[in-house]
Design a protein around this ligand. Structure first.
Ligand code: GDG
Length: 469
């Protein structure tokens, strides 16, 4: 057991590990993802701890060390998973923060569970943080934690990063817990958002919904009645760009990419979509565009194939069951009409794959379709671009955070089916020189702004955030 106090404490809904079976024993395996890589890089040379749920309901496993990080599991009961995680986080906040694409549901029981779990996280962080430590809290599941932690530990520096959008005040004000949530966040010294618009939405919500006696908002600073100051700004997240570029260049991944195309009957063009199966990702709209293109003959089912990877997600929630069956029906219909023997027009994969296979898919695809209706950032767009230096093309929704940075992508409004279809055609048919020029610029942008740089930027913003007016 290392020492019991830490200079840097990360708090996220989930720990960066999964419990998996290896032979007849179960072990912790590091979960894939850029956040873990980024945290590893900022934790090296510091005493770091990570607190989060282990993914298993009931009693929490004992804290343990892994990859030089102290991991402290937080217990969630089966009811808390239903009310705090599936209920308040993913039934109220997620749809509300994503432009109410499906209607959010508000329940008082869910809010109570959310408060209770946030308090539990704050108590553990308060115990683990060394004097004047930095505590970095992640995402919409933990918006009350900054306030609770501030009450317990006035000495620590508290930062919070929102991985998803922060909605315009006209939508945010629907939330019955809106004031509590704003005050919860204002317990932090620094709040990081994906886009400038998200930070501005938050500041506007404070100005409009909290009374003048409660807060004073000046530029990007909010001062609360107790004299504390909180700063809100954009710090867009990125990926381990070099890691992805390296992986994509390995002979094994290149060979697998060729094999994937062969298995599909060597199509002239290969289109790809990779998303969690979520209604925010615009999979339905994407399929509608493609279905029309196959029908009209702009795409030929024998020569142009589409692969959709849809990673299973939040499967107990009705809205997710609904989108799943809609996608399945549409894929079935397209394939019924446009496939040839042994070579479906659409290959639909509802499961997850190892990182190497994802990289091979990126390398294999001529055009990547990233068309969410709303997305905080979208890392898949950045991964695709990192995997290509001067080939391929990216069709990207204007409603992603990534569109703010990836300006040379083929941008589209996924609600506008007619124009989306034209944009897909443009990306498929653009002269090789145009595609090369665009991809080179995108690749450079993503390699320059990687996840390590994001983490350093966040932490330096947090370190200099003013505490007093
Ligand atoms: C939230 C925000 C924001 C997917 N399937 C597999 C797999 N993935 C990987 C992708 C990518 C990640 O998961 C998904 O990231 P996204 O950004 O696309 O989307 P969310 O899960 O919605 O993430 C989002 C993000 O937080 C970070 O701040 O960008 O806006 O919603 O890395 O490649 N990885 C593997 N197998 C799969 O089957 N190995």
């Amino acid at each position: 057991m290392p020492q019991d106090k830490f200079d840097l404490v990360i708090a996220a809904n989930r720990l960066p590990v999964d419990r998996v079976r290896e032979g007849n024993r179960s072990v912790w395996r590091r979960s894939p993802g850029g956040l873990v890589t980024a945290m590893e890089s900022v934790m090296s040379g510091r005493d770091g701890a990570w607190i989060g749920w282990s993914g298993v309901p009931g009693k929490a496993p004992a804290p343990f060390e892994q990859d030089d990080m102290w991991l402290h599991p937080i217990a969630l009961s089966a009811d808390e998973i239903t009310d705090y995680y599936e209920g308040f986080s993913n039934g109220s906040l997620w749809p509300l923060y994503h432009d109410v694409i499906v209607p959010p549901t508000f329940r008082r029981r869910w809010q109570a569970a959310y408060e209770k779990v946030n308090r539990r996280f704050a108590e553990v962080a308060a115990e683990l943080a060394a004097e004047n430590a930095t505590v970095w809290i992640h995402d919409y599941q933990l918006q009350l934690m900054p306030r609770y932690l501030r009450e317990l530990r006035p000495d620590v520096r508290i930062g919070w990063f929102n991985h998803i959008p922060f909605p315009p005040v006209e939508l945010f004000m629907q939330l019955p817990a809106r004031d509590t949530l704003l005050h919860g966040l204002l317990g932090a010294d620094f709040l990081g958002f994906q886009r400038r618009t998200d930070a501005q939405n938050f500041l506007r919500a404070c100005r409009q919904l909290l009374g003048d006696d409660d807060v004073e908002v000046r530029a990007d600073l909010v001062q609360t009645a107790d004299g504390q100051v909180c700063r809100a700004a954009a710090v867009p997240i990125s990926i381990d760009s070099r890691g992805m570029a390296r992986l994509a260049a390995t002979p094994a991944v290149r060979a697998r990419a060729r094999e994937i195309r062969e298995q599909l009957g060597n199509p002239e063009k290969l289109l790809l979509g990779v998303d969690r199966l979520d209604y925010t990702k615009g999979i339905r709209h994407r399929l509608k565009s493609l279905e029309e293109m196959y029908r009209e003959g702009t795409l030929d089912g024998a020569r142009t194939k589409f692969i959709q990877v849809a990673t299973p997600s939040r499967e107990r929630l009705q809205a997710y069951q609904h989108i799943k069956s809609e996608v399945e029906q549409t894929v079935g219909r397209i394939n019924g009409e446009h496939s040839s023997f042994g070579a479906p027009a659409v290959t639909y994969l509802h499961r997850s794959f190892p990182r190497e296979e994802m990289a091979a898919l990126f390398v294999a695809a001529d055009v990547m379709l990233v068309t969410p209706l709303r997305d905080g950032m979208n890392l898949v767009a950045k991964e695709y671009v990192a995997a290509h230096d001067d080939t391929g093309a990216l069709v990207l929704s204007e409603f992603t955070g990534a569109a703010n940075e990836l300006k040379q992508a083929y941008l589209c409004n996924p609600h506008d089916i007619a124009r989306t279809k034209r944009t897909i055609t443009r990306a498929l048919e653009a002269p090789a020189e145009e595609r090369r020029r665009r991809m080179r610029a995108l690749h450079r942008q993503v390699l320059r702004h990687d996840v390590q740089r994001w983490a350093e930027r966040f932490l330096s913003n947090l370190a200099v955030a003013p505490r007093q007016p």
